[in-house]
Design a protein around this ligand. Structure first.
Ligand code: NAP
Length: 521
């Protein structure tokens, strides 16, 4: 049976069709069926309005109900079985094994948030009891906790059709927080999005959630996304994708009458620093592992190591040539979209032009060749353009004369999602001085490993100073990503019966609270 595709608004597929677009098979370039109606201004309006109506009841649901909603979404995604994997494979050309892994990550992420909200500890309750005898002035009773923000508009990226898309981390975090979601589906995988959107709607029905809590709109033109973030009832935006897209949406939101938080997670170069003794001790194996990290997923990861820094030596030169050789032997799958393949070629051409090296040619539709381009640290420091992300299987080798030059490089480097250091035990003191500088530039520092592969857990930080993200104080992966969609409220001088259970004197929910400067249950 052909999948019915369209705007999912309050649990039903809107029948309005004004204009349509199609997705493409990245492996062949063929247009895929069915064609997808683009959301009209009225449909975006309807989705946000119904989400805003749903906020009142949804924000009051208990943690147990929200947990069962999130678990039901995970179960419904699993129940889609091969249909989901085959559809995603057709729309993205990502290998089935990778998609199976990504589905597991998506459902575990939903379950992780379900577990988080089963009790209210995550609401960070704080109690500062009254001090009526305090001199010169008494202190009133003050109690704080986190409450949900309201409707969240979410944009997913093309390179994670499941884990950073319709039921990805942003949606899981927003729903866990008690915020209704209006999702702008990525035009590169509309059918995958529709299947997941329906799994969410079904889960809502099964667990008695207001139908307006989740809606999804399709759009090929940027207009749909622009209309969505400009809607006055939207209270926050979460975006995963390119710098261009994230910054455009951020700029639009700045112009709103009511400013709102925009959490845009964008591209990154993710520099890797190889200290000399690490290369000397284990250069050959390190080169193979590094090449595998660059080429993983045809390089289409925001954590792809797009630049590496080494000190000038014969061993370093050999290491660069070992990485080039190892990467050339890796079979790449096609790029996700023609736009991404073209962007990759343009990015490499730009690097080659600036360094005067040889061109890499296009092989066939959406296929690209891996690329290692080499330059000097001095040259990078003079031409900031090397810090631009080239999204694909490439990395720029940057040769520094000494550690002082490496430190200048770090000082000049714009914000990144990650930085990685490879060093031997002998080099620990050097590592310390690099980390001191790096921690102010990145969200995650990796030691003797590689940045690709982002664990979903409590301690993860997936974010970083601009331009890696538009809000360096947050993460888009892991349980603490929920704090993007809540805000603190303080209740002053309240009688106990008017306080939320989380803040009542007897602590009836047995939460871990910060009570008069001590953590207690
Ligand atoms: P993209 O083209 O920016 O698309 C992401 C979403 O944003 C799409 O729904 C897109 O819709 C929308 N969009 C883009 N520009 C817009 C604009 N000006 N106005 C309104 N909506 C707009 O990104 P992508 O090509 O899918 O993904 C690849 C990029 O994502 C890479 O740069 C990668 O590093 C980054 N990424 C980052 C992370 C992270 O966690 N930081 C994770 C994965 C990927 P349209 O297609 O309709 O424009």
């Amino acid at each position: 049976m052909e999948l019915k595709i369209g705007q999912l608004i309050a649990g039903t597929i809107s029948s309005k069709i004004e204009s349509c677009f199609t997705a493409y098979n990245p492996a062949t370039g063929e247009a895929l069926n069915p064609s997808v109606p683009e959301a009209s201004v009225e449909e975006v309006e309807a989705a946000v309005n119904v989400a805003s109506e749903a906020f009142e009841s949804f924000s009051k649901t208990t943690g147990t109900i929200r947990a069962s909603f999130l678990e039901a979404i995970a179960n419904n995604i699993d129940a889609l079985g091969d249909q989901l994997l085959d559809t995603a494979h057709l729309e993205t050309a990502l290998p089935l094994a990778r998609l199976t892994g990504e589905r597991g990550r998506t459902t575990s992420q939903l379950k992780l948030f379900a577990n988080l909200v089963k009790n209210g500890n995550w609401k960070r309750a704080i109690v500062d009891g009254a001090l009526p005898e305090r001199q010169p002035l008494p202190r009133p009773d003050l109690r704080q906790m986190q409450i949900p923000l309201g409707v969240v508009a979410i944009f997913g990226s093309s390179n994670f059709p499941l884990a950073f898309s319709v039921a990805g981390g942003d949606t899981a975090a927003a729903l866990a927080a008690g915020c209704p979601v209006v999702f702008k589906a990525h035009p590169a995988h509309p059918s995958t999005s529709q299947l997941i959107g329906e799994a969410i709607v079904k889960a809502g029905r099964e667990t008695g959630i207001h139908a307006g809590v989740f809606s999804m709109v399709h759009g090929f033109s940027n207009q749909v996304g622009s209309d969505l973030v400009s809607h006055p009832l939207v209270k926050a935006v979460a975006f995963t994708g390119s710098f261009k897209g994230g910054k455009a949406l951020y700029d639009l939101c700045v112009k709103r009458n009511e400013p709102i938080p925009v959490y845009a997670e964008m591209g990154s170069v993710n520099p890797v620093f190889f200290l000399p003794n690490a290369i000397e001790k284990n250069g050959e194996q390190l080169a193979k592992n590094f090449a595998a990290s660059i080429a993983q997923g045809s390089g289409q990861f925001c954590t792809n190591p797009g630049l590496f820094v080494l000190l000038n030596s014969e061993k370093s030169k050999k290491f660069i040539s070992d990485v080039s050789e190892a990467i050339a032997a890796i079979t790449l799958h096609p790029m996700l979209t023609k736009k991404i393949a073209d962007g990759y070629h343009d990015g490499i051409k730009n690097q080659l032009k600036l360094t005067g090296a040889k061109a890499v040619s296009k092989i066939n539709y959406n296929a690209v060749a891996p690329s290692i381009v080499q330059t000097t640290c001095k040259h990078v420091l003079d031409t900031n353009s090397y810090f631009d992300e080239v999204f694909g299987p490439s990395s720029l080798a940057v040769i520094a004369d000494d550690m002082e030059e490496v430190k200048s490089f770090i000082e000049k480097m714009p914000g990144q999602l990650t930085a990685t250091i490879h060093a031997s035990e002998k080099e620990i003191s050097e590592v310390g001085s690099l980390v001191e500088k790096l921690q102010h530039k990145v969200g995650r520092i990796v030691f003797n490993s590689f940045p690709t592969g982002v664990e979903v857990c409590n301690a993860m930080v997936h974010g970083g100073p601009f331009p890696a993200s538009t809000d360096s104080r947050s993460t888009s992966v892991g349980t603490t990503s929920i704090y993007r969609f809540v805000r603190p409220v303080c209740y002053q001088g309240f009688p106990d019966e008017l306080l939320p259970d989380e803040l009542k004197k007897a602590n009836p929910l047995h939460l871990m609270r910060l009570e008069n400067d001590d953590y207690k249950r």
